[in-house]
Design a protein around this ligand. Structure first.
Ligand SMILES: [Fe+2]
Length: 253
């Protein structure tokens, strides 16, 4: 993998023993297995699948800011620009053959109509340089393929099953989003709560990539059907990616 040469990435240098069986630091981030597939969690919150040069992001929730504004809740309207800028930077770094947006790419069904011209152009650039796949989400069941790319309910590739909502039953190789996982850990007398990748080694729930997307603690019961035995995480904090074993994860206070 040459596309990352020269990029110094933060990642935990020595995972603890309990984490080491799952995770391994590498140049692009934190490597681990989901079922039979090898993947890398990047500090930016994307998943890299080296065997197929596929980059996966989830829950962009583009135009969430303008959705709030329509309802009278005024927030800075720059979330779409910020999210797309981060995504373009990743595409420049990884040069993926395929880019998969794992559903809830847009915050609501009319979100694409509210894109300004520069943001629409940014999406067209992404769909022009990659085999771009819009996975359908509950917020965006009809992704705007007039911006390029193709739409699918799910995608099977390289031993992985990519879909928006995790199945409640065992699903080896599943990579899903929807739940916006966050995790809390304690260390050096401080408590840290941040977005995370959540995995039990058989399946994975991706962090939300969107600037305004919120997060749900992986200790919440919503994760119990997905990870009945609990999960380890890769925390995204201070520009780095840091593994944490299930036993370190705290509930929200
Ligand atoms: Fe969703």
């Amino acid at each position: 993998m040459t596309m990352l040469s020269g990029r110094k990435r933060k990642s935990a240098s020595a995972p603890k023993a309990a984490e080491g069986s799952l995770f391994k630091s590498c140049e692009a981030g934190i490597g681990f297995a989901v079922g039979e597939a090898s993947v890398v969690a990047t500090p930016e919150g994307a998943l890299w699948v080296p065997s197929t040069a596929t980059l996966i992001v989830s829950d962009l929730h583009l135009e969430k800011g303008s959705s709030f504004a329509q309802r009278g809740r005024m927030v800075p309207p720059y979330d779409t620009r910020a999210t797309l800028s981060r995504l373009e930077s990743l595409v420049l770094a990884f040069r993926p053959s395929r880019l998969v947006s794992l559903g809830d790419s847009f915050h609501d069904r009319s979100a694409a109509e509210r894109l300004d011209a520069a943001d629409a152009a940014a999406i067209r650039r992404l769909t022009a340089v990659t085999d771009f796949v819009w996975i359908r989400g509950n917020h965006d069941p009809d992704p705007p393929i007039d911006l390029g790319g193709s739409a699918a309910a799910e995608l099977v590739t390289a031993g992985l099953i990519l879909r928006h909502e995790p199945r409640p039953a065992p699903a080896p190789g599943e990579v899903a989003g929807h739940l916006h996982p966050c995790a809390a850990v304690a260390g050096r007398g401080r408590r840290l709560r941040a977005r995370c990748f959540a995995t039990d080694g058989q399946r994975l729930v991706m962090p939300a990539f969107g600037a305004y997307a919120g997060g749900l603690n992986v200790r919440d019961e919503a994760f119990a059907p997905v990870f009945p035995e609990g999960c380890a995480v890769v925390l995204l904090a201070r520009g780095g990616a840091y593994p944490a074993a299930a036993g370190r994860l705290l509930r929200d206070v």
